[in-house]
Design a protein around this ligand. Structure first.
Ligand SMILES: [Zn+2]
Length: 84
């Protein structure tokens, strides 16, 4: 059974909330596509099954971010799990 703590309170996530690297393609005006690395917060406790972003419910999409760098994503995890 997963933790009963709601998001943002200590104990939420049960230590399974994680940061995942996500590569996304950006289409630039000069027609050179660029791959950018972003970071997603994955919280199974909130119902994230790790599947495609578009298939997650809105609250899970909000948790995921994405975030521009690993540090920001880790801060988001700390806020979300109540550890920060
Ligand atoms: Zn959560």
């Amino acid at each position: 059974m997963s933790s009963e703590a709601p998001p943002g309170t200590p104990g939420h996530g049960g230590g399974i909330t994680s940061v995942r690297r996500h590569a996304g393609k950006v289409h630039r005006s000069d027609e050179t596509d660029e791959w950018v690395i972003r970071y997603e917060v994955i919280c199974p406790d909130c119902g994230d099954d790790g599947g495609p972003f578009d298939e997650q419910p809105a609250p899970v999409q909000q948790v995921r971010g994405p975030y521009p760098d690993f540090v920001e994503a880790r801060k988001a995890v700390a806020r979300h799990t109540g550890a920060g």
